[in-house]
Design a protein around this ligand. Structure first.
Ligand code: FAD
Length: 442
């Protein structure tokens, strides 16, 4: 390799790009600096702390991604690979090298004794309360528990419950380096989220949709695999509610059209209505926007939009007719759809599908079309709990020592969760369950 410091840009989470500086000698990676100021902080911080150190120490790009921050992790690895390529090195060879030693060290054991163990914790999401993606919640809660003496174990997967005389008394977990962690506690909280990233589990419990594709995507983190539900079942818990909502509601002025270029639903309908209407059209639909509507999209930037256009995942054209051609629609049909839609915006009323929330016409070039399919957004099924946050068994009896809240618990949102209601759910029921446990177990 040609020694030097190489400046590259790596893909970050969502729409961001991270500038990186990679210093190489003729045969080694000497230093990696990531400018993550454009990234949302929180768990991604762990990526920028741990991964460069792991790569430099191990002199390999065959490093495990940081759980829950896969995209940022891959961004760092790809950025270093790009620098190696620029220096004339063989990035593929660096990616095929052995994993760093730490990851393959002999397993160790850690044990904790505590009042409370919480499996799982809020993952970053949400509209934009103070910080993007709801990070502010995580900072505030994380700082608070740490200040009050809590130990936070990341990259540690709870795998079993400890039971004694029908009472749940702790959790057994493993860290990604193989360390076995045993936590004995007076109260065990299952708050490991839903099972949106576990398609076989969704298919198993689905009673709402006629069919769920094996390759259905999720808007959720890949770590949301229903572990908390399986853990509860180990203790004999009952499950309740089995449905999931597809499709997040598109921002108000976006227009949904089918593969023929025709609208087929009120874009502001409930999530399950949108998903059902889309599935009835064959699954694939397009979100159409003009230059002004595009600006109302959440969590994106022009840089990201341009990258998607270049990657062929977003289509852009100077006229609607050209746009239709790019996505294989009849130009006249798409133009007719948009002309009618614009007249509904003028009239403030949509006689076809009853859309009432819109104020922008689709008329300012360039125009955009994004292909979309319904994805699993939120699973409403989970552990049966009572109004105090106790997990209930199949006979409706409280399982001693076990509490649950959030998406891990089921039945709170019936068949269709309203957007924005989950954060209210988790803060209300999490607190309630904590109060219950404090009264019962100290
Ligand atoms: C893209 C997106 C946007 C959203 N936007 C909003 C919004 O704007 N408003 C709103 O109200 N709701 C929103 N939601 C829904 C809401 O964020 C979630 O329903 C809510 O975060 C659930 O919180 P929770 O604490 O129950 O679980 P989660 O936040 O899912 O956290 C569960 C945690 O448990 C961890 N975990 C899983 N298994 C294990 C295990 N075995 N051991 C240890 N840890 C484990 C996971 O890694 C994760 O950190 C959104 C959801 C998504 C996917």
């Amino acid at each position: 390799m040609k020694a030097g410091t190489y400046k590259v840009k790596a893909k970050g989470h969502g729409s961001s790009f991270m500038p990186m500086e990679v210093t190489l000698s003729d045969n080694a990676i000497q230093r990696i600096r990531v400018d993550a100021s454009g990234e949302t902080s929180g768990i991604a911080d762990e990526v920028f702390k741990r991964l460069p150190a792991k790569i430099v120490k191990g002199q390999t790009l065959n490093v495990d991604t940081v759980a829950g921050a896969t995209i940022s992790s891959r961004g760092v690895v790809d950025g270093v690979a790009e620098a190696i390529t620029l220096a004339g090195g063989d990035a593929t060879e660096w990616k095929q090298r052995a994993k760093p030693e730490a990851a393959t060290q002999a397993a160790q054991v850690e044990e904790y004794q505590t009042d409370v163990v919480v499996v799982g914790a809020l993952w970053r999401r949400g509209h934009k309360p103070v910080e993007p993606m709801g990070y502010a919640f995580i900072h505030v809660l994380g700082d608070w528990v740490t200040e009050y003496g809590a130990t936070i174990l990341t990259e540690t997967r709870a795998e079993n419950l400890l039971m004694e005389n029908s009472r749940v008394v702790g959790v057994v977990a493993h860290k990604t380096d193989g360390t076995k962690v045993t936590v004995r506690a007076k109260s065990v909280f299952l708050t490991a989220g839903g099972f949106g990233a576990n398609t076989p589990m969704v298919q198993k419990y689905n009673t709402y949709w006629k069919h769920i594709d094996d390759d259905i995507a999720t808007t959720n983190s890949p770590a949301i695999t229903g572990d908390g539900i399986s853990l509860g079942q180990e203790a004999g818990a009952e499950l309740t509610g089995e449905l999931f909502t597809g499709l997040q509601t598109p921002p108000e002025n976006f227009i949904m059209v089918n593969q023929e270029g025709k609208r087929f639903v009120n874009e502001f309908a409930e999530r399950d209505t949108l998903a059902a209407a889309t599935i009835a059209q064959g699954g694939l639909f397009y979100l159409i926007a003009d230059d002004k509507i595009k600006e109302t999209a959440y969590n994106t930037t022009q840089e990201s939009i341009d990258a998607q256009v270049e990657a062929g995942t977003l289509f852009k054209a100077d006229t609607l007719s050209e746009l239709a051609g790019k996505v294989g629609m009849d130009p006249a049909t798409l133009e007719d759809t948009i002309n009618k839609y614009n007249s509904y915006v003028d009239a403030g009323h949509d006689p076809e599908f009853g859309k009432s929330a819109f104020h922008l016409k689709c008329e300012v070039a360039p125009f955009y079309a994004t292909p979309r399919k319904p994805a699993i957004h939120h699973t409403m099924g989970g552990l049966a709990i009572d109004e105090y946050g106790h997990v209930l068994d199949k006979a409706g009896q409280v399982i001693a020592g076990l509490y649950s809240a959030g998406e891990n618990a089921g039945g709170l949102h019936a068949g269709n969760r309203l957007g924005g209601n989950s954060l209210a759910d988790i803060f209300t029921f999490g607190r309630l369950a904590a109060d219950t446990a404090a009264q019962e177990n100290g």
